[in-house]
Write a protein that binds this ligand. Structure first.
Ligand code: ZN
Length: 422
C-alpha cells in the first residue's frame, strides 16, 4: 500500500514541475471525482451536498464540500504549491564569450544552490498570449533535457570544497546552447505551448530538475524527488479529502502559492483567498457575516508543510528530545514564538485525530539556539482566525531540487486527513 502511494506521489510531482501545473493536476483529480469548478468572477450558486473548487492565479486552489445539513464549521487542511527554484528573467538570453548562450535567471525562495549543478534541467510555467482580443495564460512544460549549470572545475576553484558562497548572478546561470542557439529560447517555449513566438506577451517560467523520482534504500524505505516540500502534503491532503465522508462539516482542501517568498501575494496565505471562499460559501447558502463568524469559531485548520527529520550526518542540529525520523509518522511542529500555530489545545486535537486514524505522530521543535523556518499557518490567521495546528511529513534536504522522505509517511497523513474530514 505505502509503496503504491509513494509511486503515485512521484507521478503527481513529476506532472507538477511548477505551482501552475500542481493546481492543474489537482483540478483534474477533483473533476474526475465530480467536483464542479467555480470561477471567482461569477456569482456562486451552491447546492447543499455539492462539491466545488476554485483556482486563483492558476497556482492556488481551494476545494470544498457543502454539507447536506446546517454548516457546523469548517475542517481545513492548508498546504502550498510552490518550491524554491530559479525564475527566467525578461530578455533571458546572454551570449558568453561569443560562443555560448546562457539564460539570465533570478532566485525564487531560499534554495540550496549546490545540487542544481551538473544535472539536466528543463523549463516549465505559464505564458501569457493574446487570443481573440484577450490576454489568456497557457501552461508550458518543455519536458526534455534542455539546460545544465556546469560546475567550475576544482582546479580553477581550489576553495570549492571549503564552504563556497554562491553568487546567483555569476554562478547559477544555466547553459542553453552554442552561439547558434541565440534567439531560440522563446521559440522553444512557443513550440511547447503550441503558439507562435510573437504571440508570447509575458511569462512566468521556472527551472526544474529533470531527474526522475526514485524509491531506494536497503528495504526500499526512502523516496527522493524534488518539491516534496510541499507537494507531499498537498497530495496527501487531497487524497484524504477525496476519501473522507465530509458529511457534517464544510471540508476544505486549500493549497496556497508563494509560501517560499513570504505568502504576501493575491494567491498566497496572507491574501484574502481563503476568507473570500469561506465567506462566499455562507453567502451562497443564505447566511450573513454573523453566521460566518459563528462557523469559523467552530472550525479547525491543519497547516501542513513538511518538517525536518534528524539528519544522519548532523545529529546535533536537532532538538535534544523532539527528534523526528523518516517513516515514523506525522510531525507536529511547535514554536514558542508562534512561527507555528500549534498550541497545547490544537496539538491535543491533532493527536486524537492520529489516534482515531491509527497512525503514529512525532514532535518537532527547533533547537533553542536556531531560529528555523516558518510556514503558512500563522500567516493565514490574519485573514481567517481559527484553531490550528502545524504539522508536516518528515524529510531530509529541504529546499534541494532533489529531496528525500520516507515511503510510509504519505499514507499516514492520508489516513489522518480522511478521519479529520469525517
Ligand atoms: Zn514548505
Amino acid at each position: 500500500m505505502s509503496k503504491e502511494t509513494a509511486r503515485e506521489l512521484i507521478e503527481f510531482i513529476e506532472k507538477s514541475p511548477t505551482s501552475f501545473h500542481a493546481a492543474a493536476v489537482m483540478g483534474e483529480m477533483l473533476e474526475d471525482a465530480g467536483f464542479v469548478k467555480l470561477e471567482e468572477r461569477d456569482r456562486w450558486e451552491l447546492k447543499r451536498g455539492g462539491q466545488y473548487y476554485t483556482v486563483r492565479n492558476g497556482s492556488a486552489l481551494i476545494a470544498f464540500t457543502v454539507p447536506k445539513e446546517e454548516l457546523a464549521g469548517f475542517r481545513i487542511i492548508a498546504s502550498h504549491s510552490d518550491s524554491p527554484s530559479f525564475k527566467i528573467k525578461e530578455n533571458p538570453e546572454i551570449l558568453a564569450d561569443g560562443q555560448y548562450v546562457k539564460l539570465n535567471t533570478e532566485g525564487y525562495g531560499g534554495m540550496l544552490c549546490a545540487p542544481w549543478f551538473d544535472r539536466p534541467l528543463s523549463v516549465a510555467g505559464r505564458i501569457a498570449v493574446k487570443e481573440n482580443g484577450r490576454v489568456i495564460t497557457k501552461l508550458v512544460n518543455v519536458d526534455r533535457d534542455l539546460l545544465m549549470i556546469p560546475n567550475l572545475a576544482v582546479h580553477m576553484n581550489r576553495e570549492a570544497n571549503n564552504g563556497y558562497k554562491y553568487n546567483l548572478q555569476k554562478d547559477m546561470l544555466p547553459l542553453l546552447g552554442e552561439a547558434s542557439g541565440k534567439g531560440k529560447f522563446l521559440k522553444i517555449i512557443a513550440e511547447a505551448g503550441g503558439v507562435e513566438e510573437g504571440d508570447i506577451l509575458g511569462h512566468d517560467l521556472f527551472l526544474y530538475n529533470r531527474q526522475p523520482g526514485t524509491i531506494w534504500g536497503a528495504d526500499e524505505e526512502f523516496l527522493s524527488i524534488g518539491r516534496l516540500d510541499d507537494l507531499q502534503c498537498a497530495f496527501a491532503s487531497l487524497k484524504g479529502f477525496l476519501a473522507g465522508a465530509k458529511e457534517k462539516y464544510g471540508a476544505v482542501h486549500c493549497v496556497m502559492d508563494n509560501e517560499e517568498v513570504g505568502s504576501e501575494t493575491k494567491q498566497g496565505a496572507a491574501s484574502t483567498f481563503l476568507f473570500d471562499v469561506l465567506f462566499r460559501i455562507h453567502k451562497a447558502l443564505g447566511g450573513d457575516y454573523e453566521d460566518y463568524l459563528r462557523c469559523v469559531a467552530d472550525s479547525f485548520m491543519i497547516s501542513a508543510d513538511n518538517a525536518h527529520a534528524v539528519h544522519p550526518n548532523y545529529e546535533d542540529k536537532a532538538d535534544p528530545v523532539n527528534r523526528p525520523y523518516l517513516n515514523k509518522g506525522i510531525v507536529i511542529k511547535y514554536s514558542a514564538n508562534q512561527k507555528y500555530c500549534t498550541d497545547g489545545f490544537s496539538a491535543a486535537v491533532f493527536k486524537e485525530i492520529c489516534r482515531r486514524a491509527e497512525v503514529p505522530y512525532q514532535t518537532f521543535t527547533n533547537r533553542s539556539d536556531m531560529p528555523g523556518g516558518s510556514t503558512l499557518g500563522n500567516i493565514s490567521m490574519a485573514q481567517v482566525s481559527v484553531n490550528a495546528v502545524d504539522i508536516g511529513l518528515p524529510q531530509l534536504a529541504m529546499h534541494s531540487p532533489y529531496e528525500t522522505a520516507g515511503v510510509e509517511d504519505t499514507d499516514y497523513f492520508i489516513k489522518a486527513a480522511r478521519v479529520f474530514f469525517e
